[in-house]
Design a protein around this ligand. Structure first.
Ligand code: NOJ
Length: 653
């Protein structure tokens, strides 16, 4: 819109930034010293004018007094190749405008606001350069708003809760978001657009949660430190990217990979990083057969470890996780974790012997560090603990941060606060130096930093299958692709086939456990049940788990609705084979899958599908396993029972 004011003054500014295809528009406004943005798709408002800026401790707000010095525009077109993941190639195409701002009055502080407008989302970040008398700042609040229609639907998990991100997703309306929720926060506007508000490249800052403010706009609520501030930073400082992913359908939203586009490429050699499938001395503890702590039923003994290594070889799985191998699990391990020792094994476990046996059998060990959130204790040992594993040829570590808060510098801090974020980062960087790959449980949420640090192969960060046995409903895994998984892969501990176990009963069918290896991507993918279950009871079903890749060339979401169902096809990175997985909530569904994505030629389809009588409650094991030849242009019609799913392997012949 033409404004006379624009001709005469840089104090009142309105600027449009158009996405490469012109359909998405970000509108930047500077009026009466305040900065706002809004977002339009096809000229329909998605985000109404939303305020930007900061409150700084002991200083005037960095928000109310700006004028524009300069706008710098750029177009960027790039295809990024990722070493592992759901898609090998990611588009990084955007129009960028950097607005260089200065305060009109003393102290005339300066700040840059950088916007990137993609065809499938808008991102922006604050960059604060060092300046006289403004070099070290404590952020009291970040004012960023995401002013979306209050009648939009939201799928949320609550923030600041003792179990971190491990809650069931709930469908609600934006006008109900009075208390903070985590991101990615998935939303649907009354006009039918799908959005997820998230952040990318979260470094040295509190993680962003979201809630309504007094003017009924969604606003960032940065996880505070125990001193009440949001972050202490030295300038120059770039805040994490604020990201709004946008799509026309729920299923389209699931392939938004902008978190990776917004992170930097690696600066080191990571060619040593390899995705992994592994079994573990793990589920036996959950079903009460073994214990983490030493004693008669101790799981992590040298003998058990060697037996599991042999089982991994027979099963054709490359890795073995060993939990409960170190000192610190006695008694109430959650309470006592402050004393955990990460270089001292229990007397019945000999790491050197186990590691050398694993090496002789070509099995990668996955080490384990359960910190219980006692960061002071862990950081004191970090270097030695990684060296200990590295010296024994252990290249993978699963870390854990159970406990409702972290203890850092003697104070209770949120996992997702600036100090928590910095701790996780320290582990990722140190691990990279030692050529160790990580799977972080109770993690900081994914913000795409795996692009820069590909050794961060996976995280948990949502309810996983350890919550089965009552706390997981069939809809949970149908929410994840549209919510948590927008933040990257997840170690869901898939493949529990002992479904009717009296201690931990699964709310799934058998076919659905196989489907998870396709519907839930993880760079470190666990086949989580005990090996004898696979070998003795389900050797045929395990064939699918063995084959399922941990690295894909391409991901093609086929159908789904948030919390209801999800069907996805993925092409293996190392072959011409495709894998299809589907999961549904409590409702049974028939799905028609056109196979037009296949290349020409004949494929053998191995199909693991729920039988007509299958049901997650009482007919969990009713499965039909069949084979047929298919080709491009043909289709598969598959049934998913209530709480069920299917898994298909398409091998090119
Ligand atoms: C919680 C983790 O998610 C789980 O996988 C692990 O076994 C326990 N903590 C103990 O470390």
């Amino acid at each position: 819109m033409f404004k006379w004011a624009n001709l005469f003054s840089r104090d009142e500014v309105e600027k449009d930034i158009l996405s490469p295809n012109g359909r998405l528009r970000c509108h930047f406004t500077l009026t009466s010293g305040r900065i706002y943005y809004s977002v339009y798709k096809n000229d329909k408002p998605i985000i109404k004018p939303s305020q930007l800026g900061f409150l700084i401790c002991g200083e005037e707000p960095l928000a109310n007094n700006f004028k524009l010095i300069r706008e710098q525009k750029k177009r960027h077109e790039e295809t990024i190749e990722l070493p592992w993941g759901e898609d090998r190639y990611i588009a990084n195409n955007y129009s960028e405008s950097a607005f260089y701002l200065t305060e009109k009055k003393d102290p005339k502080r300066i700040m840059t606001l950088r916007f990137r407008v993609f065809d499938n989302g808008v991102a922006f970040r604050y960059e604060i350069p060092p300046q006289p008398k403004f070099q070290q700042i404590s952020i009291k609040d970040e004012l960023t708003e995401f002013n979306i229609d209050l009648n939009s639907t939201a799928w949320k998990i609550p923030a600041y809760q003792p179990d971190r991100y491990e809650y069931n997703y709930e469908k609600t309306n934006v006008f109900n978001l009075q208390s903070s929720v985590h991101t990615p926060l998935t939303l649907k506007t009354p006009t039918g657009y799908y959005l997820a508000i998230h952040e990318a490249a979260l470094y040295n800052y509190g993680s962003m949660t979201i809630k309504l403010n007094e003017r009924q706009a969604l606003k960032s609520d940065i996880t505070p430190l125990s001193d009440g501030t949001k972050a202490h930073v030295a300038l120059p400082f770039s805040a994490p990217w604020r990201l709004i992913m946008l799509a026309d359908s729920a299923i389209e939203l699931t392939t938004n990979r902008l978190i990776y586009a917004l992170n930097d490429p690696p600066t080191d050699d990571f060619s040593w990083v390899k995705t992994l499938k592994f079994i573990g001395i793990w589920w036996a503890m959950y079903v009460g057969e073994w214990t983490w702590a030493p004693g008669e039923r101790h799981g992590a003994t040298t003998t058990h470890a060697k037996e599991y290594i042999d089982a991994a070889v027979r099963l054709g799985v490359s890795g073995l996780l060993i939990e409960g191998w170190n000192e610190g699990w006695e008694g109430d391990w959650l309470e006592n974790g402050i004393n955990n020792k990460f270089t001292v094994a229990t007397s019945d476990f000999d790491l050197e012997e186990v590691a050398s046996y694993a090496r002789s059998k070509n099995i990668e060990l996955v080490g384990h560090h359960e910190t219980v959130g006692f960061i002071d204790n862990y950081e004191k040992q970090l270097e030695a603990a990684y060296n200990y594993y590295a010296a024994n040829g252990v290249h993978y570590i699963k870390t854990g941060y159970a406990g409702s808060m972290m203890l850092i510098n003697g104070r209770r801090e949120f996992h997702h606060s600036q100090l928590g974020v910095n701790h996780y980062q320290k582990t990722v960087e140190l691990a990279a130096k030692k050529r160790i790959m990580l799977d972080i449980h109770e993690p900081i949420k994914g913000t795409g930093i795996e692009r820069t640090y590909p050794n961060l192969l996976s995280r948990e960060g949502a309810r996983g299958q350890e919550y089965e046995g009552g706390a997981i409903t069939p809809s949970h895994a149908c929410f994840l692709p549209y919510t948590r998984l927008l933040a990257g892969g997840m170690d869901y501990t898939s493949g529990i086939l002992d479904l009717a176990n009296s201690v931990k009963r699964m709310s799934t069918t058998l076919a659905r456990q196989l489907a998870y290896f396709v519907t839930i991507y993880s760079g470190m993918q666990m086949a989580a049940d005990r090996p004898f279950i696979y070998e003795e009871r389900f050797p045929r079903e395990f064939g699918f788990i063995r084959a399922a890749p941990t690295n894909f060339e391409r991901t093609l979401p086929l159908a789904g609705e948030i919390g209801e169902y999800y069907v996805v096809a993925r092409k293996d990175r190392d072959s011409e084979d495709w894998y299809i997985g589907g999961v549904t909530d409590e409702t049974g569904r028939r799905i028609h899958i056109g196979l037009d994505f296949l290349s020409t030629g004949v494929y053998r389809a191995e199909i693991y599908a729920d039988a007509d009588n299958a049901h997650y409650r009482d007919e969990q094991f009713a499965i039909n396993i069949s084979e047929r030849h298919v080709g491009r242009g043909e289709a598969l019609d598959l049934y998913m029972a209530p709480g069920g799913g299917f898994a298909v392997k398409l091998t090119k012949i």
